[in-house]
Design a protein around this ligand. Structure first.
Ligand code: FAD
Ligand code: NAP
Length: 332
């Protein structure tokens, strides 16, 4: 049996974090009849966190609840929301084409990329071996399993501090291991961390190896290496939470769009326009500086407005003979 014919849409939004859903709200209100593909993490990164205290209008709101509200809002405005994962994206010619995990195919006049970012790992074989058996990148998901136990959190940013604080709800002791002698987390977060009697910080150390047992498979601690003199020491723990940041999910467009250092999709400053006319990028996928829910949402809004303006300027026509070739685009 041959593949089903692709469905054609005016605006395809890839990703369901704050950037994608905000683009969907604006795109729907501009009558672009957007279709949004949610990906493997419907709601994006905020679905794995607890309280958000910097979303304007909410003194505190749960991550999953906020993202559910955004989804409902986008749907209510007229966005079609599809539970699927884009596995291949062809931006070489218009209409652009997307293939999904389910086998569904889409063609689109304009595309908004809002695929966000994913947790980064240390890259140690022992870390991989114990993933799901004491090694985690999500305290909200796995913290509950450490009631009355001791855990290590690795990292020095907002995520690491937030994870360490959250874990004190369960663990009797949380040791934050950071490779430098100062944190990059916000001051207010640092203050909370330093005041918490259950948290100890080990400065100037990184994880040399996650230590554990085979039967049953589980973590028993970590060997730490000093970043100052290279000396080694062991720390007992039942779990290791890796919170060292995220990498942009730009695999779909690698080789098709210019990427900045770290794999972030490059956009024209002050806009969400990528190097390919009709393709826009928003949120953590393109942002290595702010990486906040509210900035991602702001960029989602910008992307929908940019897309609307571009579609209007094209009369939604196919690319003309003056359109730059892929080689010209990627070479800048
Ligand atoms: P994301 O939220 O990363 O969403 C990306 C979306 O793209 C996902 O839905 C995913 O399924 C989808 N996707 C990826 N690949 C594909 C594909 N191939 N096909 C289809 N879809 C795909 N920020 C704050 O402002 N306040 C906070 O308190 C806060 N707390 C945080 C706590 C944690 C633990 C973390 C990790 C981050 C936190 N942040 C916070 C940062 C915030 O979550 C991000 O800045 C924001 O979620 C980025 O939004 P986004 O829409 O760009 O992408
Ligand atoms: P981040 O700010 O990039 O911090 C990553 C941390 O991990 C840094 O301290 C870094 O050390 C350390 N690190 C990186 N690679 C490492 C390695 N291989 N080994 C050991 N340590 C390593 O990432 P993040 O904390 O995930 O935050 C991402 C964004 O989301 C930020 O913009 C943040 O503000 C936002 N966020 C906001 C909130 C909030 O507002 N409440 C909560 C969570 C996240 P160095 O410091 O030495 O580089």
């Amino acid at each position: 049996m041959s593949d089903p014919a692709p469905r054609h849409v005016r605006l395809l939004i890839i990703g369901s974090g704050p950037a994608g859903y905000t683009a969907a709200v604006y795109g729907a209100r501009a009558m672009l009849q957007p279709v949004l593909i949610q990906g493997m993490q419907p709601g994006g990164q905020l679905t794995i966190t607890s309280d958000i205290e910097n979303w304007p209008g909410d003194t505190a709101v749960g991550g999953p609840a906020l993202m559910q509200r955004m989804e409902d809002h986008a749907r209510e405005m007229g966005t079609e929301i599809v539970t699927d994962i884009v596995t291949k994206l062809d931006l070489q010619q218009r209409p652009f084409t997307a293939e999904c995990d389910s086998g569904a195919r889409w063609t689109a006049e304009a595309v908004i990329l809002a695929t966000g970012a994913q947790a980064r790992w240390l890259g140690l074989p022992s870390e991989e071996r114990f993933q799901g058996f004491g090694v985690s990148a999500c305290a909200t998901c796995d913290g509950f399993f450490y009631r009355g136990r001791e855990v290590i959190v690795v990292g020095g940013g907002n995520t690491a501090v937030e994870e360490a604080l959250f874990l004190t709800n369960f663990a009797t002791k949380v040791t934050l291991v950071h490779r430098r002698d100062s944190l990059r987390a916000e001051r207010i977060m640092q203050d909370r961390l330093f005041k918490n009697p259950r948290i100890e910080v080990v400065w100037n150390h990184e994880i040399d190896e996650v230590l554990g047992s085979d039967t049953p498979l589980g973590v028993t601690g970590a060997r730490l290496r000093s970043t100052v003199d290279g000396s080694l020491r062991e720390l007992k723990a039942d779990g290791v939470f890796i919170a060292i940041g995220h990498s942009p999910a730009s695999e779909l467009v690698k080789g098709q769009l210019p990427l900045r250092d770290g794999g972030y999709v490059q956009v024209e400053p002050g806009t969400t326009r990528t190097a390919i006319p009709g393709v826009f990028a928003a949120g953590d996928l393109t942002d290595d500086v702010y990486r906040q829910a509210v900035t991602s949402a702001g960029m989602g809004c910008m992307a929908a407005l940019d897309a609307e303006q571009w579609l209007a300027s094209q009369g939604e026509a196919q690319a003309g003979p003056d359109a730059p070739s892929m080689a010209e685009i990627v070479a800048g």
